[in-house]
Write a new protein. Structure first.
Length: 235
């Protein structure tokens, strides 16, 4: 977007853009922290993630306030209006990512009471790493104004879906092999589903960012490979 005659208009837009970047960084930190806490039974780290959710909520409220004020004062049009409305939508998805990371963190204490099989910990970690790449990438590509990269990133959510299906089946196998695993594995099922949903919210952000940058929508038929949709737990 080009510069405006009124310099403060550009400053208002940049403040909103900076809040999106800040929320993206916090979302990445929360997802990383919650999964590390889960895998390492780190209750202190889990509590920090839970506390960070209040910061995420505050940043979303600030962005909403700034966006509404800008619309009322500046009456933006075309690209500017897309940027402001798109930022509100992206902030909503980032806030939801924070909620899902918090949900994972809140299960750390319960899961930590059981012994998680090493192979399963490795699978959860692998899924978390895929999600973190997506979270970090979507903010970076939006900041770089790279719609082609956003389109590619959006389609890469398929990898998370495939990994989630694999983790889901592994967890069911552990529960069937030993009923003593049922409690821990049930909590891990919720955690894996939360990670998969984080990937979906990143997809929403990528789609909104692409629209902000180009004025066109990505095709609706995004690849989707979650084969557990009919039987997975709600988070």
């Amino acid at each position: 977007m080009g510069e405006h005659t009124v310099a403060s208009f550009d400053e208002d837009l940049e403040q909103i853009s900076q809040l999106i970047r800040d929320m993206g960084d916090l979302a990445r930190s929360m997802v990383s922290g919650s999964t590390r806490a889960l895998l390492n039974s780190d209750n202190a780290l889990a509590q920090r993630v839970v506390s960070d959710d209040a910061i995420m909520d505050a940043r979303q409220r600030e962005l909403d306030d700034r966006a509404i004020t800008l619309i009322a004062k500046r009456q933006p049009m075309a690209n500017d209006l897309r940027a402001v409305v798109g930022s509100i939508r992206m902030a909503g998805d980032l806030e939801r990512i924070g909620d899902l990371a918090k949900n994972i963190a809140k299960r750390v204490g319960t899961v930590g009471l059981s012994v998680t099989p090493h192979d399963l910990s490795h699978s959860i970690d692998g899924m978390a790493q895929l999600v973190l790449i997506q979270v970090q990438g979507v903010v970076d590509e939006y900041a770089a104004a790279d719609p082609a990269a956003l389109a590619t990133l959006r389609n890469n959510d398929e990898r998370i879906d495939v990994k989630y299906t694999s983790v889901f089946r592994e967890l069911l196998t552990y529960m069937m092999e030993d009923p003593r695993n049922i409690t821990a594995c049930t909590h891990l099922l919720f955690c894996a589903k939360n990670l998969e949903r984080i990937g979906d919210h990143v997809t929403n952000i990528a789609e909104n960012a692409y629209y902000v940058l180009t004025g066109t929508q990505l095709p609706a038929n995004r690849p989707k490979q979650d084969e557990t949709a009919m039987s997975s737990p709600a988070a």
